[in-house]
Design a protein around this ligand. Structure first.
Ligand code: KG4
Ligand code: ZN
Length: 338
């Protein structure tokens, strides 16, 4: 089975061809990061316009790299929710037209389900059920992956996502957008015990996250230092932020695994590229004898290989869309409406 995947939910235009669920024949990503850097974050209208310009070329390249034609495909999968609405609309409309012209089924894919599926590409033995922590620029979710197409959310962020916290702290320290990776790099040369940062608790549920308190405390610390003319060591602060976020994610995930009886844990989303999160969660799983899965670095951020892979599972489960498919900016993964 050959599925073409298309992704345009944020600032990456991507296309990929996936064979038999988990084998990636091609994966092309055109990133807009350099352009959005000037503004310190993604400018939605610019993102939509760049997708519009690049999507055909990226798709042609993905077909060429995979050595297939449109006629060889069994279906065309596309991210339709959640994400920036204008950005999503470009991908949805393009995929819809392609499916119509090539007379192929159109397969809708939820972006977070795609991030989770990145693990199937890297770990051929991984099968549901398992517990997955998804941490990205827009989401922090603890998810029970019940099957390839069924998800139950145990915990979610009440305010900022983990990636947003990394990015806003990074911005306050003067690092360019997106700052997560800069904090990761600076942390390699820092002392993670240098600053004591809060582990915000969320009243009401044990598994929900809150990262805005941590962000605010970092921003306040930097402002106070600035007013007093003091210099804060960015490597030490980066290492302390990374350690705190890693601890919060690891503590909640381990608690949920024990309570809900999961011995198989996966990590997904852009923040899964973070070296501190990868090792903290990996070590905690090893201590408990749990199996631990995470995507290779090239599949942590937004890409279309994960969309093509999840699209293959959706297609096998009979999930297809008709010509009325629309883009949706917000859609919880435990209430996906196809
Ligand atoms: O999944 P993703 O590419 O986009 C969304 O779906 O949101 O995630 C992007 C997020 C950004 O916040 C970025 O700073 C963060 O992932 N990120 C990292 C690292 N690499 C990417 N955060 C911390 N450490 C990293 N190495
Ligand atoms: Zn993403």
């Amino acid at each position: 089975m050959l599925i073409l995947g298309i992704e345009s939910s944020c600032d990456e235009t991507a296309a990929s061809v996936c064979e038999d669920f988990r084998n990636i024949r091609s994966s092309v990503i055109s990133t807009q990061i350099e352009e959005h850097k000037k503004y310190g974050g993604v400018v939605p209208e610019i993102a939509s316009r760049r997708h519009c310009e690049n999507i055909l070329e990226v798709t042609k390249q993905a077909l060429k790299d995979a050595d297939v034609t449109l006629a060889d495909l069994d279906g065309i999968a596309v991210t339709y929710a959640p994400g920036l609405i204008g950005a999503l609309l470009v991908g949805v409309n393009f995929a819809k037209s392609l499916a119509f012209a090539a007379e192929k089924p159109l397969i809708p894919v939820h972006h977070i389900a795609g991030h989770i599926a990145a693990n199937y590409i890297c770990h051929k033995e991984l099968e549901p059920p398992y517990l997955c922590i998804v941490a990205s620029g827009a989401h922090s979710h603890l998810i029970e992956v019940l099957s390839y197409t069924e998800f139950r959310v145990i915990g979610r962020t009440r305010d900022d996502a983990a990636g947003e916290c990394f990015d806003k702290c990074a911005r306050a320290m003067g690092f360019p957008y997106p700052g997560g990776v800069h904090i990761d790099n600076a942390a390699q040369n820092g002392d993670s015990a240098a600053f004591k940062l809060p582990h915000p608790a969320v009243a009401g549920t044990e598994y929900d996250f809150s990262f805005s308190g941590l962000k605010t405390s970092v921003i306040n610390m930097l402002h106070r230092a600035d007013q007093k003319g003091e210099i804060i060591d960015k490597n030490n602060l980066s290492a302390s932020i990374q350690r705190t976020i890693s601890e919060i994610i690891t503590e909640k995930t381990m608690k949920a695994a024990e309570e809900f009886g999961y011995k198989k844990i996966a990590l997904a989303g852009g923040v899964s590229a973070n070296s501190g999160v990868r090792s903290a969660l990996g070590n905690a799983c090893a201590e408990r004898g749990f199996e631990f899965y995470m995507p290779e670095l090239s599949l942590c951020g937004d890409n279309a290989a994960m969309i093509a892979c999840q699209g293959s599972y959706n297609f096998a489960a009979g999930i297809t869309a008709d010509e009325s498919l629309n883009a949706v900016a917000t859609m919880p993964i435990d209430n996906i409406i196809y």
